[in-house]
Design a binder for this molecule. Structure first.
Ligand SMILES: Cc1cc2nc3c(=O)[nH]c(=O)nc-3n(C[C@H](O)[C@H](O)[C@H](O)COP(=O)(O)O)c2cc1C
Ligand code: SF4
Length: 436
C-alpha cells in the first residue's frame, strides 16, 4: 500500500448506481450540505481555508483565498468549470458521469458560503452521458429540496443551470468561458482584472471553480478542513485525481494522496500504472497536461506535489500524466500537441495565432524529412517570441496562457532530445519507423 488515504472524490465511483439520488443518499449524499447549513456560512469558509484546498483546474490557486477576494461581501455568480477539453485530461469527465450529485452538492455548498443565489455548471458538450446524468441529477436535487427555494427548509435558495459547451478548448479558460456563457464568442478577456472576482459574468462578481475542486467540498464540510489538510504535505493537501495515459500497462484515473506518492509509484506500481510494456524503457513523461514542460526519468522520484513539480520547472496542471516510452518519436509528439494548440487558438493575439502555425509547419517539415539543422534554432526563436525566455512559468505576450503553453512541448523536445531531432534532418525523416 503506497498510502492508506481513503478516496475522497471517487469514493462512490465503484457503485453501479453512484449517479442516482438513491445511491447518493445511501452513501452519505447531501449530508455535507445539511451540515454546511447548520455550521453557517462563515464556518464553512473557515473549514475550506483550513483545508488549504488548491484549485484542481490547472493553476492551483487556493479556493479559500479566491473566495475571500471580495472580503465577506457577496459574490453574484458561481460558475463550475467542467469544460475539460485538454488532450489526455479526463478526471472531471469521470466525476460528472459517475457522481453528478457530488458536483451539485459541492456547488451548492460553495454557493452557500459565497452568498450566491445563481450558479452554473459549464460542461463539455461532448460529455453526452455525463450531461444526461447531470441533468437528471439536477432535477432530482430540486425534487429532493437540495436545490431551489429554501434548501432543506433553510433561508438559503439556489438555482443551478447546466450549460453545455460547444466544443472549443479555449472556453475552459475562465474568462472565455464567461463570454461563452453570456452567449458571445469564446474569447478570453483582457487582463487585468486577473480574476473574475470583481468583474465576472454579466459584469458582476463571479467565482469560477473546477468540477474536482467543488467535488471535494462535501467531504471537507463533513470531516473538517483539518482532516483534509492532514493528508498530503505542505501546500499540497488532500487527495488529487490523476489521469494517467500513454505507454503504461494500466492507463486510467487514480485518486492519490498528494505529495506522498511519486511519479515512479504512479507509473510503475502494479496497483497503479503497472509499468511499461515488456522490454520498453521510459523516455519522458508530461507531469500535468500537454501545456506542461516534460520531465525525464531523473524526475521520477518527485512527489505528486504542486510546489515540488513547480520548483523542478513544470506543473501538476490539470492532473494528467502522459507517459512516453522509448518507441516514441518525440518530434511527432511535440508536433501533435502543437497542432492541437494552433487549431484551438482563438486568434486574438498574433504570437499565438501566427506563432503556433509557424511552429506546427516547422515541426511537420522536420518530421516529414524536409527539415534543416537551423530549424531547431528557428523553433526556439519562435517560441521565445511567444513566451520570452522560454521558461516555466512562462512570460506572457498574449491575453491568456494558451499561447505561452505552445512552447512547452517544443522546448522540451529540443532541449532533452536534440540529437534525435537532428537525426530527422540527417536521415530525411523519422528515424523511428513505426513510431507511435
Ligand atoms: C487554455 C486554458 C484552458 C483551461 N481549461 C480548463 C478546464 O477545462 N477546466 C478548468 O477547470 N480549468 C481550466 N482552465 C483554468 C481556468 O481558467 C481556471 O483557472 C479554473 O477553472 C479555476 O478553477 P480552480 O481554481 O478550481 O482550479 C484553463 C485555462 C486555460 C488558460
Ligand atoms: S493566447 Fe491564444 S488563445 Fe489566448 S487569447 Fe491569445 S490568441 Fe486567444
Amino acid at each position: 500500500m503506497i498510502t492508506d488515504a481513503a478516496p475522497i472524490v471517487t469514493a462512490r465511483v465503484g457503485h453501479d448506481d453512484s449517479h442516482t439520488l438513491e445511491g447518493y443518499l445511501a452513501t452519505g449524499g447531501y449530508e455535507g450540505l445539511r451540515r454546511a447549513l447548520e455550521l453557517g456560512r462563515d464556518q464553512v469558509r473557515a473549514e475550506v481555508d483550513a483545508a488549504s484546498l488548491l484549485g484542481r483546474g490547472g493553476a492551483g490557486f487556493p479556493a479559500g483565498r479566491k473566495w475571500s477576494m471580495l472580503g465577506r461581501a457577496d459574490v453574484t455568480y458561481l460558475v463550475v468549470n467542467g469544460d475539460e477539453s485538454e488532450p489526455a485530461t479526463f478526471k472531471d469527465h469521470l466525476l460528472v458521469e459517475r457522481d453528478p450529485h457530488q458536483v451539485i452538492e459541492g456547488a451548492t455548498i460553495a454557493a452557500y458560503a459565497l452568498g450566491v443565489a445563481q450558479a452554473f455548471v459549464f460542461c463539455r458538450g461532448e460529455f453526452a452521458l455525463g450531461l444526461e446524468r447531470l441533468t437528471a441529477a439536477v432535477n432530482e436535487a430540486y425534487a429532493h429540496g437540495a436545490l431551489g427555494r429554501s434548501i432543506f427548509g433553510s433561508d438559503f435558495s439556489l438555482d443551478l443551470v447546466i450549460h453545455p459547451g460547444a466544443g472549443a478548448y479555449i472556453c475552459g479558460e475562465e474568462t472565455a468561458l464567461l463570454e461563452s456563457l453570456e452567449g458571445k464568442r469564446g474569447f478570453p478577456r483582457i487582463k487585468p482584472p486577473y480574476f473574475p472576482a470583481a468583474i465576472g459574468l454579466y459584469g458582476a462578481p463571479t467565482v469560477v471553480n473546477n468540477v474536482e475542486t467543488v467535488s471535494n467540498l462535501p467531504w471537507i464540510v463533513r470531516h473538517g478542513g483539518a482532516a483534509f489538510a492532514a493528508l498530503g504535505t505542505g501546500s499540497s493537501t488532500g487527495t488529487r485525481l490523476f489521469a494517467l495515459s500513454g505507454h503504461v500497462r494500466r492507463p486510467g484515473w487514480y485518486e492519490l494522496e498528494m505529495s506522498k506518492v511519486t511519479f515512479r509509484d504512479l507509473i510503475f506500481d502494479p496497483s497503479l500504472g503497472g509499468g511499461l510494456a515488456e522490454g520498453r524503457s521510459l523516455k519522458a513523461f508530461i507531469p500535468g497536461g500537454v501545456s506542461a514542460p516534460w520531465f525525464g526519468p531523473e524526475q521520477l522520484d518527485l512527489g505528486l506535489d504542486q510546489e515540488a513539480v513547480g520548483k523542478a520547472g513544470s506543473m501538476l496542471g490539470s492532473g494528467s500524466v502522459v507517459v512516453m516510452d522509448d518507441s516514441t518519436c518525440v518530434l511527432r509528439a511535440a508536433w501533435r500537441i502543437t497542432r492541437f494548440f494552433h487549431r484551438e487558438s482563438c486568434g486574438q493575439c498574433t504570437p499565438c495565432r501566427e506563432g503556433g502555425g509557424w511552429l506546427e509547419k516547422i515541426l511537420r517539415r522536420l518530421e516529414e524529412g524536409g527539415g534543416r539543422e537551423e530549424d531547431l534554432d528557428l523553433l526556439m526563436d519562435a517560441c521565445d517570441n511567444i513566451a520570452p525566455g522560454v521558461s516555466w512559468p512562462p512570460q506572457q505576450t498574449t491575453i491568456c496562457v494558451l499561447g505561452p503553453s505552445i512552447p512547452s512541448s517544443i522546448a522540451s523536445a529540443v532541449r532533452m532530445f536534440r540529437d534525435e531531432l537532428l537525426l530527422h534532418v540527417k536521415e530525411g525523416g523519422c528515424p523511428l519507423r513505426g513510431a507511435r
